[in-house]
Design a protein around this ligand. Structure first.
Ligand SMILES: Cc1ncc(COP(=O)(O)O)c(C=O)c1O
Length: 401
């Protein structure tokens, strides 16, 4: 019998490159092998206990819908968190969302018509492509390269990509996957263009405090002359190891934008009540907790770099922030290599899952010799994972691939 049809949109919807190879990892585990998962940016660090404790303390007759803009306790906690950094937002400038994911989707929905374009440095977080596809928006890459530390290029390179349909420039700062922490002059170039072409600036800043370089990540909120076109996205997922809480937020001083965002929030009814209660305590944690988190990631990065230095054919840029790294590997097809690693290569009873690099680009000529790793295991485990990578690469090359 004929099947009812699905939409063309759903048909063209991309599979998550980060989860694509997961079934092979599960099969490897079923075969009794230990798998090191470096494919997904899901932190292994403990979620601070204040999260669960706050939920346990919460007294309620029944679990009602939380207010659609966000629970007042969480809204205040977010407001104070940003105020401590010198960024003052009214409560009306905030909207609690289901993670940064919904914050981005809501923002794209409010500022773009179907067919509009959003510029973002590539390599980029692959779900940007998925989100824009959901809304029939075109994601346009601003090319950045390892050779220049993934710096944002000159104005002329970006300007060439601006059309009548361009609505916004989106950056993840620090960047997933490149680890770049953009400098003031790079942000100034984007600001100049945003003013000239009347564009929105979206700062996906959930990794903002996770930096290891001498310079810190500067929020778009720092630049007061652009506050009418600035949208900030934040989330508890990474900074507090609370991906499963699904709590994020949008901050903007553009009143019309926020009014529309609140309407979307209303149509979603509300974000999980208890997770908001827990997340309120995360936002109130002292800076020392974030410093501790930074130190953990830094130790992992240092371990990995020591290991990778033993094979100079693998090239990389030391991350300045976030907890990812793109590796250029000396193989023809890094996707085939990543598949082989998880499917066929066993090193002392252990296997490794990484993410192929090509899906971090809209430019199909790029990323073919790259993989991305996430620093989501403790240093010893990261070291073991690198042993699998290094020996796997040697074996793969000996097969002539
Ligand atoms: C750059 C970037 N933005 C957004 C997200 C989604 O975050 P959330 O878990 O808050 O939805 C991620 C998750 O990896 C990310 O890396």
């Amino acid at each position: 019998m004929e099947q009812p049809l699905i939409s063309l949109r759903a048909d063209a919807y991309p599979a998550s490159p980060i989860r694509k190879l997961l079934p092979y990892a599960k099969a490897a585990e079923a075969a009794g092998h230990k798998v090191f998962y470096l494919n997904i940016g899901e932190p292994d660090l403990p979620t601070p206990s204040v999260f669960i404790e706050a939920m346990r303390r919460y007294q309620a007759h029944h679990i009602a819908y939380a207010p659609s803009q966000g629970h007042p306790t969480l809204l205040q906690a977010i407001q104070s968190y940003f105020a401590k950094d010198g960024y003052s937002f009214d409560i009306q400038d905030l909207q609690v969302t289901q993670g940064a994911t919904d914050a981005l989707l809501f923002s794209f929905y409010v500022i773009c018509n179907p067919g509009d374009e959003i510029l973002t440095p590539e390599p980029f977080y692959p779900n940007y492509l998925a989100f824009t596809k959901q809304l029939d928006i075109q994601l346009v890459g601003i090319p950045t390269f390892a050779e220049t530390g993934y710096a944002i290029p000159g104005i002329d390179v970006i300007e060439k990509r601006i059309t009548k349909k361009t609505k916004a420039i989106l950056i993840a700062n620090p960047s997933n996957p490149s680890g770049r922490v953009y400098r003031d002059d790079e942000l100034q170039r984007l600001i100049t263009l945003a003013k000239k072409y009347n564009l929105w600036l979206i700062g996906d800043e959930l990794y903002r405090k996770l930096t290891f370089a001498k310079h810190q990540a500067i929020s778009f909120a720092h630049y007061q002359d652009i506050e009418d076109r600035t949208i900030i996205v934040d989330s508890v997922s990474k900074r507090y190891s609370a991906c499963g809480a699904r709590i994020g937020c949008i901050l903007s001083k553009n009143k019309v934008f926020m009014q529309k965002i609140h309407r979307l929030g209303q149509s979603r009814l509300g974000v999980s009540l208890l997770d908001q209660i827990g997340a309120s305590e995360l936002y109130r944690l002292p800076e020392t907790h974030i410093q501790w988190t930074r130190d953990q990631y830094f130790a992992r990065i240092a371990t990995v770099i020591e290991k990778l230095k033993t094979n100079p054919a693998i090239q990389f840029v030391v991350p300045e922030g976030a907890f990812y790294m793109m590796l250029q590997v000396p193989v023809k097809d890094a996707e085939a290599f990543a598949l082989w690693l998880i499917q066929d290569y066993v090193y002392q009873g252990q296997r490794l899952l990484v993410t192929p690099g090509k899906d971090f680009y809209v430019d199909h000529t790029r990323g073919k010799q790259e993989i991305r790793i996430a620093f989501v295991l403790e240093p010893n485990a990261m070291a073991k994972a690198m042993d699998i990578l290094l020996s796997g690469l040697k074996t793969y090359q000996s097969l002539g691939r």
